[in-house]
Every structure is written in C-alpha cells, then in structure tokens.
Write a protein that binds this ligand. Sequence first.
Ligand SMILES: *Cc1c(COP(=O)(O)O)cnc(C)c1O
Length: 391
Amino acid sequence: MEKNKKQFETEAIRGQMERTAYREHSTPMFLTSSFTFPNAELMADTFAGQAEGIIYSRYSNPNTDELIQKVCAMEGAEDGFATASGMAAVFASMAAFLQAGDHILASRAVFGSTHQILSELFPRWGITFTYADPKDIDNWEQHLQANTRMIVLETPSNPGLALIDLEKAGALAGKHGLILNVDNCFATPYLQTPLRYGAHLSVHSGTKWMDGQGRVLGGLIVGGAGLIEKVRFFCRHTGPAMSPFNAWVLSKSLETLAVRMERHCSNALQLATFLEQHPSVEKVHYPHLSSHPQYELAKKQMRLGGGIVAFEVQGGVEGGMQFLNRIRLCSLSSNLGDSRTIVTHPASTTHSKLKEEERLAVGIRPGMVRISVGLEHIEDIIGDVLQALEK
Ligand SMILES: *Cc1c(COP(=O)(O)O)cnc(C)c1O
C-alpha cells in the first residue's frame, strides 16, 4: 500500500473522506442518487473515465467510497466494491468471473445461501462445483478439473469453527492460476487478512461484526485492482449497490471495530474456557483454545479467536433445544456478530434441511449450540449460560 499507511485503528478512524466546505469533523451523509457537472465537457470526460467525478450512486458515492477505502486499507487490498448485503457480495464475487462451462472448487462448509447459489442457481447457467473437505486442504488438488476457475472457502467455518490453512489454499490457487475467493465474514479484517496469504478476493457481510450492532445489511468485496474492475463492471450494470446510508453507518462502525473485536474475543475465550470445564458440556469448539485441533494454525492466521463459540450439550437435538428454552438474557436469533449475545441451535434451525449425515460431514452434531458472544459483561453471559446448563 501507500508509503504513508497507518496502523489498523488509525486507518479505521482517520481514513475518512476529505472534508467539505463546512469542515465537518464527522463524515456527512450523501443521500443523493446522482451528481451534477458544471459543464458538458467535464460531464463527457467523467463519463469517458478521463476526469475524476461521481456520476450516479449505483456506481459510486462518497459514503460508499469512504467505506471501501477503509476496508481496503484494513485488508491490504488495492480496490473494492460495496454491495447491499453480504450475499450480493458473495454472488457478485463469483458471477463477475464465471461463465457457462466453468467449475468451482468449494469448501463443503460454506454459508447456507452460498450453498444454494452453487447447487441451485449456477447449474442453471452451466457452472458446476465440487465440494472438498475443509479439514483436508492437503488433498484439494485432486478435485481440480481442467475447467476449474475459482476456489471458494470460508475460514473459520460456520458453525463448527474448523479452519482452512490460507497459505496452502493461496499456494494451490497460485500454482493452478485460479482465483481464490475467501469469505472473511467470521474473522473480520481485524483478525484475518486473506490477501496476505495469496487470496485474490476477500468478501464480507458487513451485516455481522463490521456493523456489530445489528442495524444494517451490507457486503464488501476487496482485492487486486484488475479483479475489482471486473466486479465493478458486473455490479454497475446489475445494480446490487450498497445504499449510502448503510455505507455511512458501516464506516462509522469501523471506527470501533478493533476495540469491539478485542472485547468480543476476550469474552468468547472466557466463555469457551468456562464451558470446557463444565461437566455437562461434551465438547467446545473455539480456534484459540489449545484443545482446538488446529490451534497452531489459528494462532498463525488469526490475531484472536473470534466472537463465535460452539459447544455440544448432552441429549442431542432435544438437549440443544432445551438449552435454548432455558436461556434468559441472551437472544434466540439466527444472526451473529452483534453487541447482544445470540444463541442458535443449528441442527433444528439453520441446518435443519440437511440430512443427519450431511450435518455430521460439516461438523454439526445434534446437540451443538452456537453462541455469538456479545459485549455484555462476561459474568452475566456466563451466568445465563450456566443457569441454562444446570436447570
Ligand atoms: C451472514 C453471512 C453471509 C451473508 O451476509 P448477509 O449480509 O446476511 O447477506 C455470508 N457469509 C457468511 C459467513 C455469513 O455469516
């Protein structure tokens, strides 16, 4: 990046757009669909890409541009595009590059809607996929085909928190000239920067930890300038742009991302450590617990362990649902990445449509509970979980 690059927290706060004539301290909102030109010549040059200027908010807007620049600085990316939701970003990051006859190699443990795009939508347009075991990156090469164009993965995985070695994935993509597309939503740019390990695109749901307060939907794609040019073309003409209002909210949210993630992660580690010692908890999954089978990898590619803890209660599906029914303080919701602690039982909700063996293949056991650890005081979070375990 530029020679005057600053630290993460400083970029998140000071990476704001130039002040307007009012010299405001905090960035104002640009709720305008289009922009004007002083004369026909400058208008023509701007349309031709020969003059800098903003034309229309479907292509760009000062608020979305500010947000994109901040996330690029955080991820070490050259350029980016902001979309209306995380799924719009996931879809555009694939559709912008693929055509009929192409093949995607994907980790089996991808977000539910990503799975629907791969298995229900893309086949209609002649784009096929193969799933590979996220725990077995050393053997992914055997799944590549002559028409493979892209590798798609998420790490850590949802909800089992299995990790994929990003350096190995980057090396595999590099060796075969494939685009490595990483959904970095669970980790956030504060904890993990896939581009540094050879990924070409890093994709986010801004809806989760980035906003972190459950207010807006949003998505981001960042990567090398050449690839983002293709993403921009695709999005400019298909229209999944983020609203300037949401971009303003998200840019503000990023100012506190580092301090929020520090607390989410320390609360999560304390909760995971507590759960591991509790007699009626069968297993705890958390990347920065030394009992995690990929603990060394987690320490290498993730600054902290993240805000999600998964654990297994006794009694299977019934036991998991009973645990949820006893929760008093935390929220029962399918979302994650909020200041409020959220408890989910994947086997009966987000992953209920899968067959039992499909769930087990992605590490979801019947009694598995996922907690998105919030910013309430850790004693109150542990207190609620403890009373739900012991009733
Ligand atoms: C939530 C989520 C998405 C989708 O984001 P939306 O903003 O809800 O569209 C994609 N990937 C992961 C890992 C997610 O958790």
